[in-house]
Design a protein around this ligand. Structure first.
Ligand code: ZN
Length: 490
């Protein structure tokens, strides 16, 4: 066997074990009996230990040195394995272990502090997390920018410089758009009434299928926080229901279906290899967002959804398709990122991006974080933060050491804007199909131009190849300003 073949055989087994670890995680959120938590923690630690040993196995380094790729696919496989191996080897084992221990403890401390609305109870722990993440970043950065080094974990190739240029162009236009929209005399009503859970779940399943989710290679279960789990032939999604807010169920299902479709549609030749997974968090989020927002909340598709809701719930107090479209896309001020509409969402992310960059650079002390958060929130949203759980304590990310993750949400929206523009140009009759609840032309285009490639190309290259242009903020802004300008008459 050649060095490349030996490496790929070893890697394939590592990928299989990693799928098993992922499925244990899925089970923990969906099916596991509550009393099993301690045993599960030991099981997860055991398999993570096996995975870490394989990822740092000296033979991987030898195989990488000796492997001779025969084609572009092999070159891409080696690129992924080398990147992961190099990163893992750069971080001292003690630091990796300290970080794992600290962040699992910190998550619990954050949850208690949030419930008690007590920022001071969390800050000392957050300070420790920031210190260790800075050490990790320094080990990874080779003298380069600390934040860039962390970003590379989630969005390979992205840099603060490239993201800032796009984000700094987004922010003032979004602030201006939200002010115009909220100042409009035309403010649509929110949904009223109760929506029984059974028809919600039935329609959520239908939505997932409508967007191409393959239930022969997946399943849908209920959870507190929806997610998508797994790659290849077993890609599971989860959803949740709220009696007052069926849109939460429907659109989180469509969102997770976007993530799942990406995983399910990757070329099967890449199964259980590094190419057999979505290439980055940003490209992943572009798929979930374009399904959920540009397609799922379009005038055409919501016309179909209105009929489906009438079938499932009877007359639910919304007069017609146009009123329904306005209700689905209602813009409202709020504190919470995960509940934000399309106009506000990226402003929540940009706030976190700037603050976490300042923390990593040492320009902002943890002790000053809450004040910095509240000042920025007031500037962009025109609101004073009322409680820490509505402000600096609302997200789990920093407690578990996820620095450099937030910007991939907005990057995904930027990518989705570019892809949607290209999709509309490629599929002229798109609205006629969406109005009949047929997403096939859209999902086929995304499968063939983005999803099937898996990890073959670098993230930016995936978007550039699909759209014919470098990803920039222009298409997203044009989409948002046209859509909400028309909806609100501004
Ligand atoms: Zn997502």
């Amino acid at each position: 066997m050649s060095a490349y073949d030996e490496l790929m055989a070893f890697q394939s087994e590592t990928e299989a074990l990693s799928q098993i670890a992922g499925r244990l995680g899925w089970d923990q959120e969906t099916m596991m009996p509550r009393g099993a938590a301690d045993q599960r923690a030991a099981e997860m630690a055991a398999i993570e230990g096996v995975l870490h040993a394989r990822r740092t196995d000296a033979r991987v380094g030898d195989w990488l040195d000796a492997a001779e790729p025969v084609d572009d696919v092999a070159r891409a496989q080696l690129r992924h394995i080398r990147r992961s191996y190099t990163r893992t080897m750069k971080v001292p084992a003690k630091l990796a272990a300290d970080l794992a221990r600290l962040t699992s403890k910190a998550q619990g401390i954050w949850a208690e502090a949030r419930a008690a609305e007590d920022v001071a109870a969390f800050l000392p722990t957050l300070k420790e997390v920031v210190t260790l993440k800075r050490e990790e970043a320094a080990a990874l950065a080779d003298g380069g920018d600390l934040y860039d080094a962390l970003l590379d974990d989630y969005e390979p190739g992205a840099t603060v410089a490239s993201l800032s240029a796009v984000f700094n162009a987004l922010r003032p236009r979004l602030v201006e758009l939200r002010e115009r929209v909220l100042g409009s005399a035309a403010q649509p009503d929110p949904l009223h009434g109760d929506y029984p859970v059974e028809p919600q779940l039935a329609l959520a399943s239908k939505l997932a299928e409508t967007f191409g989710y393959d239930t022969n290679h997946g399943r849908i279960d209920g959870v507190v926080h929806p997610f998508c789990s797994g790659n290849g032939l077993d890609v599971r999604i989860t959803t949740r229901t709220s009696v007052q807010d069926p849109f939460n169920c429907f659109y989180s299902t469509v969102h997770e279906t976007g993530h799942a479709a990406y995983e399910q549609n990757i070329d099967r030749a890449y199964l259980l290899t590094p190419l057999g997974a979505g290439v980055s968090m940003g490209v992943h989020e572009s798929q979930s967002r374009i399904y959920e927002k540009q397609l799922g909340r379009s005038r055409a598709f919501t016309g179909w959804l209105f009929g489906q809701m009438r079938d499932g719930f009877g007359d639910f107090g919304v007069a017609d398709e146009d009123a329904f479209y306005a209700t689905v896309n209602r813009v409202h001020s709020g504190y919470i990122r995960t509940e934000a509409d399309e106009v506000h969402y990226n402003l929540h992310v940009l706030l976190r991006f700037d603050l976490e960059r300042a923390l990593m650079a040492g320009d902002l002390e943890v002790a000053d974080l809450e004040a910095a958060w509240n000042d920025r929130f007031k500037a962009d949203f025109g609101l004073a933060v009322d409680t820490p759980s509505n402000g600096v304590l609302q997200d789990v990310h920093w407690s578990v050491g996820l620095f450099g993750y937030f910007p991939t949400y907005t990057l995904g929206n930027v990518y989705a804007g570019c892809l949607y523009e290209a999709l509309r140009a490629a599929v002229p009759g798109l609205d006629d199909q969406l109005a009949r609840g047929n997403t096939m032309a859209a999902t086929d285009w995304l499968r063939d131009n983005v999803q099937c490639h898996g990890g073959l190309y670098e993230p930016r290259e995936v978007i550039t190849r699909a759209t014919g242009a470098e990803p920039l903020e222009g298409p997203l802004l044009a989409y948002l300003e046209a859509k909400f300008g028309a909806l609100y008459g501004v």
